[in-house]
Design a protein around this ligand. Structure first.
Ligand code: KIV
Length: 295
């Protein structure tokens, strides 16, 4: 059996076999991801859009993240469990950031945390490292900045912005992150970061050069919405399969074909006889005489 993934092992995978990362927000999904061989399971704040129906990730709270991380951790995956720090859980004070990250570890069972942002986040990253919490960075199209970016836009398309992004990646690595997610950036920028920075890069919409790739579980298996970003490749059609399964169940309910004999519980024959007599006896009879005799 493959051994447990840890943050140091992820760091050591730089430049080696590509890292395989996927989101999971609950126990069965974590089991599926683990069985499929995930190296890293991210309990992403994308759960806000993907399973809670919000328009963006901003509404999700640290309490919700802890709740879902704990469900994933109960699957005891081989994969490293990374809990995502939601918006405003690490922006107000450094102390609050450490406390919130600590909740993902202590109550949620995460083994590392991820947070969005570049050089602005260095004091928080250093404090988390001082508290022995492994940190994964996240640069480029950071969904928590949706309003600041003016929408979900590819980042680092202009030379100066790309240069800043590479500098941010160096700064995060110097502060001790064990990996960096690069989301929604041109391939050449991701390639430059991957080449220069001594920690693994994990791409999502960042081209093929990264040290690993991540996608949202629901997008990969075909449980997601119909409008997927360009960078998603769908490998399954589980939503269609689920609808077909439910349609078949409902049809069997209507026709009486479900449940069958083998799906039904039965009473012992003698109890069934007594039960019949009891329910058919005229009012006033001693209803329990037979059963008393049996005993
Ligand atoms: O929340 C999330 O799912 C993420 C990944 C898309 C990297 O941050």
């Amino acid at each position: 059996m493959a051994t447990k993934m840890t943050a140091p092992k992820v760091l050591a995978a730089k430049g080696g076999e590509k890292l395989r990362m996927v989101t999971a927000y609950d126990h069965p999904t974590a089991q599926i991801a683990d069985r499929a061989g995930a190296d890293i399971i991210l309990v992403g704040d994308s759960l806000a859009n993907v399973v809670l129906g919000y328009d963006d990730t901003l509404s999700v709270t640290i309490d919700v993240m802890v709740h879902h991380t704990a469900a994933v951790a109960r699957a005891k995956p081989r994969a490293l469990i990374v809990g995502d720090m939601p918006w405003l859980s690490f922006h107000v004070t450094v102390a609050e950031a450490v406390r919130n990250a600590g909740r993902l570890i202590k109550e949620g069972g995460a083994e590392a945390i991820k947070l969005e942002g570049g050089r602005k986040r260095l004091p928080v990253i250093r404090a988390l490292r001082d508290a022995e919490i492994p940190v994964m960075g996240h640069l480029g199209l950071t969904p928590q900045s949706v309003h600041a970016m003016g929408g979900y836009r590819v980042q680092g398309k202009r030379a100066h912005a790309a240069y800043e992004l590479v500098s941010d990646a160096h700064a995060l690595a110097d502060a001790g992150v064990f990996a960096i997610v690069l989301e929604g950036v041109p391939d050449v920028v991701a390639a430059k970061v991957t080449e220069e920075v001594p920690v693994p890069t994990i791409g999502i919409g960042a081209g093929p050069s990264c040290d690993g790739q991540v996608l949202v579980f629901h997008d990969v298996v075909g449980l997601g919405g119909d409008h997927l970003p360009k960078f998603v490749r769908r490998y399954g059609a589980l939503r269609d399969e689920a609808v077909a399964a439910l349609e078949a169940f409902f049809a069997d309910v209507r026709s009486g074909e479900f449940p069958r004999e083998e799906e039904t519980y039965h009473m012992p024959e003698e109890s069934a006889r007594v039960f019949r007599e009891l329910t058919e006896a005229p009012a006033g009879d001693d209803l329990f005489a037979d059963e008393a005799m049996e005993r």
